[in-house]
Design a protein around this ligand. Structure first.
Ligand code: ADP
Ligand code: MG
Ligand code: MG
Length: 868
């Protein structure tokens, strides 16, 4: 039978899984000879056993912990349940992964009428003894009995009012006895200390499933299966008198990261009073005068603990009659800024090395350097919550259309674009918007992808809000109505929609941040590219460290208002001749755009995807638009609507798009190739070093590649014929259908690079349309059918299996073929780790995610090397 109970002298900090973080660290500190009140830990497997047993404690458990308890009594020189010389316990929760304040703890356990009296006699401090007793009753009632503790608080308040006392400190023994008398009429608790202990242990196990603990685990991806340990520890008393107190301290500032010891203390108070915030604590410096020895010990202990753990620590301590005790240490939670500063400082101080420093920051924290964020401490009225699609904080007046956004923004107002969903035609409005809010759509919906790409704050899938663009209002689930012109704030980190203007904290990169990124570059193997079309986005990406463009979606260039009519005219052409005319115009635009991109990305690869979306996306959506277009193009509006209806598809995601367009309309591809290569040649003439990589999308068959490659090659030959300069370029394919992955060896033989388009690959592997999945993915997550949204974090099991197969077979067919990923997953840290392990050459993500990807790629390398 596995050992279920460990004394503090029997464990170490490496026993987190077994003893929980709190228990393991109490053991560690005991072996460091720090003043930790003695106790024992009941293991986390015992918690699992309890639940598997149908919520019953294992039969032998009490026998086992009684042995430990005897030893604790010997060490403490007092006895649990002995009125002459009582020993009281705290019964504390603690999981392998820290879940601060999420589970329950019971203090001052092992007390009843007789023992309270004994404690009063032994200590000569009856006020203190009865304070402990009433605290025990309140906590036991709350945690074990599930009683109404507000009513009990009210009893104390009423009593103090009656006596005109200002604070709890004014309460004397008789006062607490009177309160306890009332409490006893309200709740019934066991007199027997051992019964109290049994019930408390059980209650701590039960607290693993409190609603707040469930939510916290879900938010932080902590598995339900871990369970909590129970720490049973001798009590020390900060509420003993004026030379006693309790406090919390951080070895460095958790908000800025500054290397400055930072702590707070409450005199004549128990630890729970600090947490509950009943009085405002003082800075720990206040201890210097009142309890100088304890103050000196605290300073020494914090310095030692930080050195020992080589990380910023969060410490709980209590002083009883001038004697210092330490009750907990753990890695302190910190802001993104603080995490970067602390990591970099600690390398400079020689405490950790660069690789460790890289593991100390979460990639999501890195994001906080790039966007202004809603001040976490600012008060707020939340009216709805959606998906946190693109980070940052944004405040502005509500507009309901892209055109309106442009108009209002031109008047100098910041705008929030509110839509049911967005389409490529909304781009101009999205560009000028401070933030974007949509009722529908998931984390990879158009709005989400585009917003992240532009670094604009966005909340999508906000089903709490019914948006009526027509009426210019949106109605929240609670009935609140927001309308055109109202000011709202979006928190893209939490998904909260708030009324009014909420304060932000500004983004600014720091030297420390740059230092950390330079270490990331030194240690990563994966290259990082960006998905970008416009010169502005490309320039931003390069500034943020992108090593090329991994995906340039050429169609985005045709949605701009000065181009879309040419595109439409091209689509509406009656014959090849007319189409060629319009293509010539489009070629000019494309040429100019590509030239700009080559200039920005001089010397770096630029991967250009051939036209991908179904053509109807370019056409007007309603009669009014069609009429206006007809007027401009001098065409019959009926004809335009007819063409639109002809092109409409039942299932556009699986329809006439991708390389299928190139097969049917080779002239479009020819135009694109002439522009891509023509611009590259012009760049060469300017003395630049362009490196285009032409990428064929949505391939399912090697013959598609052969056919289109021929068109491309001929186009290139034609353009280069007249020029004398040589040009580097590549032709490759996007891997985004299951069939492409299943026949990757054949595809590889026909191309020079391959890049996973994991948005489509996920969509087709699951058969989930990514534009519609927002309606059911939340329920799938709730029901735990899936662990994560597969459009956010790569599904390694199935989609990943296709990718692994594809990489292996491709490399067998063509050694050393370049492989990348350009789906949204290219910016997701967990997916990046997977791509590293897969042996890809690069990841490509939106410009603002580039720094995140650089850090995540370095972490992947460090962790992978560790696993070897
Ligand atoms: P949490 O995980 O919520 O911080 P803890 O188990 O750390 O819960 O307990 C909360 C507080 O109770 C501690 O901060 C400490 O002040 C007090 N406490 C816990 N154990 C003891 C003890 N043995 N003696 C005195 N106070 C204690
Ligand atoms: Mg604690
Ligand atoms: Mg695709």
């Amino acid at each position: 039978m596995a050992k279920r109970v460990y004394l503090f002298s029997e464990g170490s900090k490496d026993d987190r899984d077994l003893l929980g973080g709190k228990g393991a660290n109490l053991c560690e500190m005991t072996s460091l000879n720090l003043p930790v009140p003695f106790g024992f830990v009941i293991t986390t497997p015992t918690c699992r056993e309890y639940f598997e047993n149908g919520n019953r404690l294992p039969t032998l458990l009490e026998q086992e912990y009684r042995v430990a308890l005897d030893l604790v009594e010997k060490q403490m020189g007092a006895r649990f349940g002995d009125p002459e010389n009582p020993l009281l316990f705290s019964v504390r929760s603690g999981a392998p992964i820290s879940m601060p304040g999420m589970m329950n703890t019971i203090l001052n356990l092992g007390i009843n009428d007789e023992i309270a009296e004994g404690l009063a006699n032994k200590t000569g401090n009856p006020r203190f003894a009865y304070d402990c007793y009433r605290r025990f009753i309140q906590m036991f009632a709350d945690v074990v009995l599930g009683a109404d503790t507000h009513a009990m608080e009210q009893v104390i308040e009423d009593y103090k009012d009656e006596k005109a006392y200002q604070t709890d400190v004014a309460m004397e023994a008789e006062d607490w006895q009177a309160v306890i008398g009332t409490f006893k009429t309200m709740v019934k608790f066991p007199e027997d200390p051992f019964e109290q202990l049994r019930l408390a242990v059980e209650a701590v196990f039960q607290s693993w499933y409190t609603p707040r603990a469930n939510v916290y685990r879900e938010m932080n991806n902590i598995p339900d299966s871990l369970g909590t340990a129970v720490t049973v520890q001798s009590m020390v008393f900060g509420n003993f008198g004026e030379d006693s107190g309790s406090g919390v301290a951080f070895t460095r500032n958790p908000s800025t990261g500054e290397r400055l010891f930072f702590g707070e203390v409450l005199f004549n108070a128990a630890g729970e009073d600090v947490v509950a915030g009943i009085r405002t604590p003082l800075p720990v410096d206040a201890m210097q005068e009142r309890m100088p020895d304890a103050h000196a010990e605290l300073l020494a202990a914090q310095a030692m603990l930080e050195q020992h753990y080589r990380d910023m620590q969060d410490i709980e301590f209590t002083v009883q009659e001038g004697r210092f005790y330490i009750l907990q240490t753990r890695s302190g939670k910190r802001t993104g800024r603080a995490s970067v500063r602390i990591a970099v400082d600690m390398v400079r101080e020689g405490m950790i090395n660069e690789k460790e420093a890289l593991l100390r920051v979460s990639p999501e924290h890195v994001q906080s350097f790039l966007h202004p964020m809603v001040d976490p401490d600012a008060p707020r009225t939340v009216i709805a919550t959606g998906l946190p699609a693109s980070p940052g904080g944004a405040t502005g007046v509500i507009v309901f259309s892209a055109d309106e956004a442009v108009k209002v923004e031109a008047d100098g107002e910041k705008v929030i674009l509110v839509r049911r969903e967005t389409t490529p035609e909304d781009i101009h409005g999205m560009r000028v918007a401070e933030g974007i809010l949509t009722e529908l759509g998931g984390m990879t919906s158009h709005a989400a992808v585009v917003a992240r790409g532009m670094g604009v704050c966005a909340i999508t899938g906000c089903g709490d809000l019914r948006v009526s663009v027509q009426e210019g209002i949106a109605t929240a689930a609670d009935g609140t109505v927001i309308k055109r012109g109202d000011v709202i704030t979006l928190d893209g980190a939490s998904g909260e929609v708030m009324l009014g203007d909420i304060a932000k904290v500004e983004a600014s990169t720091s030297d420390d941040f740059q230092t950390l990124l330079s270490w990331a570059d030194k240690h990563r193997r994966l290259k990082v590219r960006a998905n970008a079309e416009t010169p502005e986005d490309a320039a931003k990406a390069r500034e943020l460290g992108a090593e090329g463009i991994g995906l340039c979606r050429t169609e985005h260039m045709f949605f701009a208002s000065d181009r879309i009519d040419h595109m439409r005219a091209m689509i509406l052409s009656k014959d090849r001749k007319e189409r060629k005319q319009h293509l010539a115009k489009l070629q000019e635009f494309q040429h100019a755009d590509m030239l700009e991109l080559y200039r920005v990305m001089d010397g770096l690869p630029v991967t250009i995807r051939l036209l991908d979306p179904p053509l109807h996306e370019f056409l007007p959506h309603d009669q009014a638009d069609a009429d206006a277009l007809a007027e401009r193009l001098k065409k019959d509006p009926e004809e335009i609507m007819q063409a639109r209806n002809d092109l409409a598809e039942v299932n556009p995601m699986l329809g006439f798009r991708g390389c299928r367009l190139s097969v049917v309309y080779p002239e479009i591809t020819r135009m694109q190739v002439r522009a891509i290569i023509g611009a590259a040649l012009q760049a060469r003439e300017e003395g630049l070093n362009p490196y285009p990589e032409i990428m064929i999308p949505l391939v399912v068959n090697v013959r598609e590649i052969r056919l289109i490659s021929e068109v491309i090659d001929r186009g290139i030959a034609k353009v280069t014929k007249e020029k004398s300069v040589s040009l580097r370029y590549k032709i490759g394919t996007m891997m985004e259908t299951p069939r492409a992955c299943l026949g990757a060896d054949r595809l590889a033989s026909a191309v020079e690079f391959m890049s996973f388009g994991t948005n489509d690959l996920t969509q087709m592997t699951y058969g989930f349309s990514r534009d519609d999945a927002g309606r059911f993915i939340p329920q799938y997550l709730d029901a735990k059918i899936i662990e994560d949204d597969p459009f956010v974090s790569l599904d390694q099991r199935a989609v990943g299996r296709l990718m692994r197969m594809a990489v292996q077979e491709s490399r067998q067919a063509k050694k050393g073929i370049k492989y990348g990923i350009c789906g949204e997953h290219g910016g997701d840290p967990r997916s990046i780790r997977f791509c590293h392990d897969l042996g890809l050459d690069y990841v490509s993500c939106s410009p603002y995610r580039v720094p995140v990807a650089r850090i995540a790629a370095a972490q992947a390398r460090v962790l992978a090397d560790r696993d070897d």
